[in-house]
Design a protein around this ligand. Structure first.
Ligand SMILES: Cc1cc2nc3c(=O)[nH]c(=O)nc-3n(C[C@H](O)[C@H](O)[C@H](O)COP(=O)(O)OP(=O)(O)OC[C@H]3O[C@@H](n4cnc5c(N)ncnc54)[C@H](O)[C@@H]3O)c2cc1C
Length: 384
């Protein structure tokens, strides 16, 4: 599609976040929307490279609420969009052998329960009963919620994309944003390698590249691109219904993938950068850490490995909403590894922010960019 010369809303980035926002804008009657994507196809970056995990078992109110409301939408996603999300509600099992983490697990469950997520704590014996393949030796306990699970992030993107196109949204691929032309402190035009477009509102849904785009506007967004790696194995008889298993001591997470295992780990020593070449040492570390609690992996053959990017903020919360100093610009990045699972609620809130001036679906003020200058950070610790 050719680049139109103007639009009410221009969304930079055609991942799951950009497409969700586009769809919910159309639901609010805002249909003059253009999505700019520099790749040939949508969803090739983080959206196409992640683990597909969805869980409401977070440690802060805002993250729990964004995930819970999104889960409710994933549960009826096919009804809404006509696209099967392949959502398997196999549950998430968090586990630990660390006293401090065990304390925080119990506090998390209390908070989750108070917000309508009926997660439970499990003893090591109950964990063994639920997931016999897990080695529970030395564990203090775990937490579990059955409505958490895994889905196909590309299916979510396609569902939102199709409905958005039907409603008139224009997706312009192969078009990279390279700068902005300003007039009186406002964005007059977005400059791309295919020409210019005049926006009323600009949404930065550009994932790990949002920091780079922020620099073009003189903002220093604390959302750092970090490489994260995933490894899959050939089938080893992992049964259907096997949950997402998170070993909070080693930082590894894993779930069933075609009878084998998909596993990942967020290396805390990764340096900031946009490179995504998988590296062998990282792959081996993912396998070692995953094997610690799932010894059957020792028998498995590695099928594939790949890397993608997290956009990581200091408090592990997304940066959402209008920028006070430049209200024409809407932030939608910094998801710190949980953007897919929050995408529907983010789409609804930001569509409300753009059309009505403020969201009513969920409280979003604690996620605004200005929190960093004000020092109002509440850290999400239940992250992987
Ligand atoms: C290994 C790994 C595992 C993960 N596991 C999970 C998980 O289990 N559950 C979960 O919820 N999340 C997970 N995540 C995080 C999740 O993938 C992201 O939070 C989510 O995909 C963010 O979506 P997005 O649309 O913001 O970003 P992206 O999908 O990266 O989309 C941003 C788009 O912007 C485009 N773009 C960038 N710059 C420009 C420009 N200048 N001009 C035009 N277009 C531009 C890019 O090409 C890209 O397509 C994981 C991430 C990784 C890397």
């Amino acid at each position: 599609m050719d680049l139109p010369n103007k639009a009410d809303v221009v969304i930079i980035g055609g991942g799951v976040i950009g497409t969700a926002i586009a769809y919910y804008l159309t639901q609010k009657g805002c249909k003059d929307v253009v999505v700019l994507e520099r790749n040939q196809m949508l969803g090739l970056e983080s959206t196409g490279k992640n683990a597909g995990g969805v869980r409401a078992q977070f440690g802060t109110k805002v993250n729990i609420q964004f995930a819970l409301e999104s889960i409710k939408i994933f549960e009826k996603f096919e009804e809404i969009t006509g696209q099967d999300p392949y959502f398997s509600q196999c549950g998430y099992l968090f586990m630990t052998e660390n006293e401090k983490l065990w304390q925080s697990f119990q506090e998390n469950v209390k908070l989750q329960n108070s917000l309508g997520v009926d997660s439970v704590t499990l003893t090591p014996e109950q964990i063994k009963e639920k997931v016999p393949l897990v080695d529970v030796e030395g564990l203090l306990g775990g937490t579990f919620w059955q409505r958490d699970g895994i889905l196909d992030p590309s299916a979510i993107l396609v569902g939102y994309e199709k409905k958005s196109i039907q409603a008139g949204v224009k997706f312009v691929n192969n078009t990279e944003v390279t700068g902005f032309e300003m007039s009186d402190g406002k964005i007059d035009s977005i400059v791309t390698d295919k020409g210019k477009i005049k926006p009323q509102t600009v949404v930065l849904a550009s994932g790990a590249w949002s920091k780079r785009i922020g620099k073009m506007l003189d903002f220093d967004f604390p959302a750092i691109p970090m490489k994260r790696q995933i490894v899959t194995t050939k089938p080893i008889g992992i049964p259907e219904g096997f949950p997402m298993v998170v070993n909070m001591d080693s930082g590894s997470y894993l779930h069933r993938e075609s009878g084998g295992i998909l596993m990942g780990w967020a290396d805390p020593n990764t340096k900031e950068g946009l490179g995504i070449e998988p590296d062998f040492d990282y792959t081996m570390e993912v396998v070692e850490r995953s094997m610690a609690r799932l010894p059957i992996i020792e028998e498995a053959e590695i099928l594939s490995d790949w890397a993608g990017l997290y956009s990581v903020t200091p408090d592990h919360h997304a940066i959402l909403g209008k920028i006070e100093k430049m209200p024409q610009v809407i932030c939608a990045f910094g998801f710190s590894g949980h953007g897919v699972m929050h995408a529907p609620a983010v789409g609804i809130c930001l569509a409300e922010e753009i059309v009505d001036g403020k969201p009513t679906f969920l409280e979003m003020d604690s996620l605004r960019f200005e929190r960093f200058a004000k020092g109002e950070l509440v850290e999400e610790k239940n992250v992987i």
